[in-house]
Write a protein that binds this ligand. Structure first.
Ligand code: FAD
Length: 567
């Protein structure tokens, strides 16, 4: 298009930002949005995503010397822990979302928002290529490029289908508010269809067979919520089909909720069996057609199929295509997840950070650092440490790498003697000297199974807060570094590395009962924990508006039951 065809829209607001779009311009990288150029010398920060990580970064960024451009296809923040409640109408979808413009307008930092999706990150030229997901009547201007000085990638993850045939086409995911609303509508549709007089009993049974795939916290919570919805509301409304309803929960490993304490797992499995939920562990889905789901028993290799009315797929998360493309560019193409260092900076790139579910702290470097900690502690090079020295090393490792601590705790190995038993057998005495090599070999077994930080809202939001604080103190810490002496390089790092504080985790199990695993390995299960769940989730809401809406939804549900209308 000729220059005369260019339409420049200039929007100056707050600290003075300039947004330029060109009309009918092909997607060639010249439709450039330059948030600050020509207006001031502010550093341009581009934030991708308005989920837990991105929003907590924006909420905590205080330094007005940045010009921020937020790009996300979702113009709101969603409180995902309440999504399972939305599937059954316990809480309305609108009650758990807060418009991102409401969040950013209260800031003294100039922040501009664009409802668009980033389709490519060009790390070398410091540009992101974006496409608006609004309708296509914008005549070409829906594609544009944004320059950045710093990029914060917080695009989250997508549902992982493991490329199992038919999953994408025939199952429902539970990731976004729309997904939860779709599940709610599908449940009611299945009941209404089954209530039609013309249907055979077999077809009714098929329609009323609800399958949940994945025994992690989300799948389990959904199954529990759905069981309550069924027993407290739907059976009263559809009495003639109530005997035909079945809920099946499929899990490939031997137990559900296997990241929780064993007591919680056992309680949940027992409760589900009592509730009549068909719990099938050790069962892997191999194919999903439009009416049947096929599984394979892991132990016996036996395959079978069962008809279903609705399948909810909740088997964990995978990397988004834009991140996979970016990983190839920066030499991380052989990894499954984008790797950052402990300061959340993408490895191999200076000014790009990645937080939340889309990234993970590089485990290999962590193990190298752990080896270096041992080396440093072994002052006389004897290859052994005293128990006291060993305890200090262990504390240091857990302090730096919370994922090691979490792993050790989850295996009930957080205590030194337990750990030593792993490497030396059962006859450990407190006075023994610890052989570093022996311990390192025990730790390498730990390493091979060691989980990354969990992909949770807690991690994502703490990373957002941490990174915003780093940005707020960027200049000050350039002059006065605060991080510990690095082992790999010379001198101090500008900042302390990111440190995750695990505040505990809930697993709602239905029937007004919740299990909680709290710091210090406290386990609490039952009705009182459900009240703790209500209070924590009410207090964690992002605004007073959503808090009021969520609490009033809970009260409405207590008084009138859940709404089963199909809208
Ligand atoms: P998200 O919150 O997913 O946000 C990603 C953002 O990026 C979104 O705004 C998205 O629109 C945007 N985006 C996507 N693609 C692009 C693109 N190409 N360009 C720009 N923007 C893009 N965690 C807990 O700690 N406790 C719980 O109880 C809990 N319950 C959960 C229940 C459910 C049903 C689900 C799905 C998750 C739950 N989680 C829970 C996990 C938690 O929601 C995630 O760990 C958290 O959302 C991760 O935050 P994030 O910012 O990385 O990603």
């Amino acid at each position: 298009p000729s220059i005369s065809k260019l339409l420049i829209v200039v929007a100056v607001s707050g600290g003075g930002g300039l947004v330029a779009y060109s009309e009918a311009k092909p997607y060639d990288g010249t439709n450039t949005v330059n948030a600050a150029e020509g207006v001031n010398n502010k550093k341009k920060v581009v934030v991708l995503g308005t989920g837990w990580a991105g929003t907590s970064f924006l909420k905590n960024l205080k330094d007005p010397s940045y010009e921020v451009e937020v790009i996300s296809p979702r113009n709101y923040f969603a409180f995902t822990p309440l999504l399972p409640s939305v599937t059954c109408g316990t809480v309305e979808g609108r009650s758990i979302v807060e418009p991102i413009r409401n969040i950013i307008r209260k800031k003294n930092v100039h922040i501009n928002y664009c409802e668009a999706e980033c389709v490519r990150i060009d790390a070398e030229n410091k540009k992101v290529y974006c496409r608006s997901n609004l309708d296509n009547t914008l005549d070409g201007i829906e594609e544009f490029v944004v320059d950045f000085d710093y990029l914060v990638i917080s695009v989250g993850a997508r549902s992982n289908t493991f490329n199992i045939p038919g999953v994408e086409e025939n199952t429902l995911f539970l990731k976004e508010v729309e997904d939860a609303q779709k599940i709610r509508k599908t449940i009611i549709d299945c009941f209404e269809k089954a209530a039609l007089p013309s249907l055979s009993d077999e077809e009714k049974k098929r329609l009323l067979h609800f399958v949940v795939v994945g025994g992690g916290p989300t799948g389990v919570e959904f199954a529990a919520q759905f069981h309550d919805f069924l027993n407290e509301d739907l059976v009263k409304l559809y009495p003639h089909v109530k005997g035909l309803v079945r809920i099946t929960l499929l899990e490939a490993t031997d137990h559900i909720l296997n990241m929780f304490d064993k007591r919680i797992t056992a309680f949940a499995e027992e409760k589900f069996r009592r509730d009549g939920i068909n719990l099938r562990t050790g069962s892997m889905v191999v194919k999903v057609s439009d009416k049947e789901i096929s599984t394979k028993e892991i132990k016996t290799g036996e395959t079978s199929s069962m008809p279903y009315g609705m399948v909810v797929w909740s088997t964990g998360i995978g990397t988004r295509p834009v991140i996979m493309d970016f990983m190839k560019q920066i030499g991380q193409g052989n990894r499954r997840v984008l790797a950052t260092d402990e300061w959340l900076r993408v490895e191999g790139s200076d000014s790009i950070y990645a937080i939340g579910d889309c990234a993970t702290i590089n485990q290999r470097k962590v193990m190298e650092d752990i080896a270096a900690i041992f080396k440093k502690a072994d002052k006389d090079n004897s290859g052994t440490l005293t128990v006291k020295e060993f305890q200090e090393v262990l504390d240091d490792i857990c302090e730096r790498y919370p994922q090691v601590e979490l792993y050790l705790k989850s295996k009930q190995m957080c205590n030194l003697v337990d750990l030593l038993k792993q490497s030396k057998g059962d006859d450990v005495k407190e006075s023994v000297e610890v052989n570093i090599e022996e311990f390192k070999s025990a730790l390498s077994q730990v390493d091979s199974q060691m989980k990354n930080l969990p992909a949770t809202a807690q991690v994502a939001s703490q990373q957002g807060v941490y990174l915003a604080n780093c940005f707020n103190r960027m200049e000050e810490c350039e002059k006065n570094p605060e991080g510990p002496l690095r082992f790999r390089g010379e001198g101090r790092h500008r900042f302390h590395p990111f440190r995750y504080r695990h505040l505990g985790q809930f697993a709602p199990l239905g029937g007004e009962q919740t299990a909680a695993q709290l710091p210090g390995d406290w386990v609490s299960i039952g009705h009182s924990t459900q009240w703790l769940w209500y209070s924590v989730y009410a207090s964690k809401q992002v605004s007073w508006r959503t808090r009021a809406l969520v609490v009033s939804d809970w009260i409405r549900r207590f008084v009138f039951g859940r709404d089963s209308s199909c809208i």
